[in-house]
Structure formats: structure tokens, C-alpha cells
Design a protein around this ligand. Sequence first.
Ligand SMILES: [Zn+2]
Length: 197
Amino acid sequence: MGCGPYTLGRTPDLEVPEIPGRVLIVTDVQEGFTRKGNLASPECTAAIPRIRRIVEEEMAGGTPVIFTKDSHVENDAEFRMFPPHCIVGTEEHHLVEEFRDLEPKAVAVIEKHRYSAFFETELEQLLKELRPDEVHICGFCTDICVLHTTSDLRNRDYDVVVRSEGCETFDAPGHDHEEVNRWALSHIEDILGARVV
Ligand SMILES: [Zn+2]
């Protein structure tokens, strides 16, 4: 089951339809990007109910849902660019409180330590097993982990649908969340060839 803190937590005995049609990836909806720590963001916190609606609807329709968690060790190389966040074993690493009841219903919770949920994880293998017709994605942050995971999905020729209602990024100096969201979604659509709905 993986190595170090970067493991794939498959939910045991969860029934997955043989050909699921679509799969939903929910990126990094964690305390460390909403209410706690150096990268806490009121913009991302405000998006939680919108994301929850998407997840509930998809789960009700039988869509396999994969959660990702940004998962760092102390002194992680990413902390040369961003202040420390989402260290495994801290509160920040947990999915947001509002998602705790949804977490056990996911087909997998993937712990990732780079922007893309493919890097040194078992996502590639999991998608090969699930064989979705299309992959839907939402979560945080639109311009970072959603974008890079979408890019890696497109490099593997998956049809990708980005659920813009459920995507958000943070506000910071030089990083206006509305402007950055707009830029990221248009890049995802025009350059990466995903469908943005
Ligand atoms: Zn990170």
C-alpha cells in the first residue's frame, strides 16, 4: 500500500460499478487550505458548500469519488516556494470537517506531495482499474493542483470535465482569486482541452 506518508487508502469492500462512466476527483479540500495554518483562505472556505453539493450529487448517482490530500513532511521541498502547510499528522492535513462523513464513502483517498495527484501516487493504477469514460474534477486550487492534475489527466488522454462551481483559489497580493480562477479555467479549456462546465 504505497510508501512513506504518500499512500493510497482504498476503501475496503466498497462496491464500484464495473464501468463507472465517470469518476470524480476532489482535490485537496483540507483544513490547511480553508480554516487552518499558513495557507488558510476565506475564499476556499466559502466554496465548501458548493463542492459538497457536487460530491453528494455524484455519490448519489453512483459515481466513484476520489479525494486527494496534499500531504507534506516537515522541510518538504515545496516549502521553498510556499510556507509550510498540510503536514501529515497535523489538523491541517485533514479533509474539512464538512467532508468527514463523505470520506469513508470515497473509493480512495490519495495522499499527494506535489501539485499533480499523479506524482508518486497510485492514481494512475486506480484509474486504469476504474476505466472511466470521463474524469470530473473540482477542488483547490484551480490554478495549482486542479490545473496540474488536469494536465496530467489530459496527457493520459482522459476526457476531463472541470466543475467550475467547485473550483476555487486563494486571494493574496498579486494573486486575485477571481482573476486567477478565470485565467486558470480558460487555460484548462483552451490549452489543456478539458471541458469546463
Ligand atoms: Zn502543498
